[in-house]
Design a protein around this ligand. Sequence first.
Ligand code: AMP
Ligand code: ZN
Length: 134
Amino acid sequence: MSCIFCKIVAGEIPCHKVFEDENLLAFLDIHPCNPGHTLVIPKQHFENLLETPAVVVLQLMNGVHTLAPRVVAAVGAHGFNLGVNTGPASGQVIMHTHAHIIPRFEHDGLVHWPTKEMTSDELHQITLKICKGI
Ligand code: AMP
Ligand code: ZN
């Protein structure tokens, strides 16, 4: 088994565990964006969100819903970002499905991703493709 998160689940690599149940494990990110940055993972190995069965995604989101307020309260944050990087182009480095709960503070210096200008026609063409399921 080469997956680092599977090794954490198996107890072969230590982690700062904040939650565990039958299906999920949550622990602090070793390189946090902000204090309290938490990763929530299914115990079962799936490569990314889209490879994860819907029932497991629901368990994952339920865990996020339970844990996010605890994380926010623990570090006195004012909000949080939820991120699920999916695929290398998105910045996914660990190929085991995980959700990032990133606590946010007013003026914490983290910047939002930049935006692009698109015409109404360009937006419309993409809308049609998504609606058609292409
Ligand atoms: P991603 O880029 O979405 O794949 O995020 C992977 C995250 O896992 C990064 O934020 C890393 O800091 C974090 N990470 C990597 N190894 C460990 C570890 N052993 N314990 C906790 N977090 C880790
Ligand atoms: Zn794994």
